[in-house]
Design a protein around this ligand. Sequence first.
Ligand code: 8YV
Length: 315
Amino acid sequence: MSKIDILQVGPYPDWDQQPLDEKFTMHRYFEAADKPAFLAERGGLIRGIATRGDLGADRSMMEALPELEIIAVYGVGYDAVDLDAAREGSVRVTNTPDVLTSDVADLGVAMMLAQARGMIGADKWVRSGNWAQKGHYNLQSRVHGKRAGVLGLGRIGFEVAKRLAVFDMDIAYSDVAPKDHARDWEFVADPIELANRSDFFFVTLAASADTRHIVTRQVVEALGPQGMLINISRASNVDEGALLDALESGALGAAALDVFDGEPDINPRFLELGNVLLQPHHASGTIETRKAMGKLVRENLIAHFDGRKLLTPVL
Ligand code: 8YV
């Protein structure tokens, strides 16, 4: 029996590629020199898409695949998948929640600490010989006991807040409504008000058309010259032009970012800034978590084609 044909939108580690190749005929879209021709030639064979959170699947791709049944996303964020197009085509969609939650939250907190305590610069201070030649590194900013705002108290936001509580931080959060699991953390409906009462402001909400630029210039300026914005969600949740303006003028004190407009080709204005920690969209980037994500992608695809219940359905 011939193997089912799957369109693979982006690369996977070998430990995922090998079992996928064993089980399916994987058509490596990301390696195609002429992608429209690739879809025109093979589109009629394809019954599933294996994609990544940052790559997704748009309407034009789906329309090129008349036999498409399922889209499996390697990532929790499915904002790059055109869900309307998937619904219209009765295409199932899966993602990889839960398995990556703690690693993403860990990195978000680590980014806050690293930026607040100047760890990247301090490492350079030692390696350059400055410590021996020029003396002590500049004093930095305290984290424990300060005010934290979490914009989006979903799985990742909750794990971030849980970790911040260990640093005795005064925690508030904003979401569409108060959350039952929010412990003693204050609910603040308005992101501007949340930023006003925060020293560290985490953007942890799922990205969608409704959340685009929810972090406005007003939110950034409310966070202020002593404030820090940490984004481990999607760049689209933040008005990046306003963020850059505020970082350059000092209207915002600092930022720690794992996601960017146009990534990996980020705005070169970031490269000139000494008050930003830059990370390459790798909050879920641990061996353990990426293996768990890849396993979920495979298991969802196999379950679908075996006629069984999907493990982590979005649609
Ligand atoms: C993914 C992410 O690992 O989970 C998501 O939505 O953004 C990342 O954790 C990444 O998109 C995979 O390429």
